[in-house]
Ligand binder design. Structure first.
Ligand SMILES: Nc1ncnc2c1ncn2[C@@H]1O[C@H](COP(=O)(O)OP(=O)(O)O)[C@@H](O)[C@H]1O
Ligand SMILES: [Mg+2]
Length: 111
């Protein structure tokens, strides 16, 4: 289950992107977050994987509080999250397969 408890985000610019958006998504549920441009959809999703740090509130994934994880634990937790960026963030000279497999690089032995 993903549980957001009153997360808020104010960017350094002063933009208040999220205010107190609490929600709970049970395991196995497919959810679409919709809203006008600038509503805070990307900010909310980025707060879950902590590409953006929420200014207030807590986020739990299962029995773990994502917002309280150390760098190492966050790295491990992120391995179980998938995110497709709006700008794709793909390497154009690689094939689709190579782009997908690059997501597994963190599991591969250095040698
Ligand atoms: N990196 C940023 N710095 C400052 N303000 C931002 C940043 N990213 C988003 N915002 C502001 O936060 C608000 C929500 O943006 P965003 O989460 O991108 O909305 P959406 O994904 O719904 O279009 C907007 O007012 C936007 O200008
Ligand atoms: Mg967006």
């Amino acid at each position: 289950m993903l549980r957001l408890e009153h997360p808020s985000k104010r960017y350094k610019t002063g933009d208040l992107a999220l205010t107190n958006v609490s929600l709970e998504i049970p395991d196995g549920q497919l959810v679409a977050l919709i809203g006008p441009s600038g509503a805070g959809k990307s900010t909310l999703i980025r707060c879950v994987n902590r590409l953006v740090e929420a200014t207030e509130g807590k986020i739990h994934l299962g029995d773990r509080e994502i917002t309280a994880l150390s760098t190492g634990d966050l790295r491990r937790a992120r391995r179980r999250m998938g995110m497709i960026f709006q700008e794709y963030a793909l390497v154009e000279r690689l094939t689709v397969m190579e782009n997908v497999l690059s997501g597994r690089l963190g599991y591969v032995n250095f040698w």
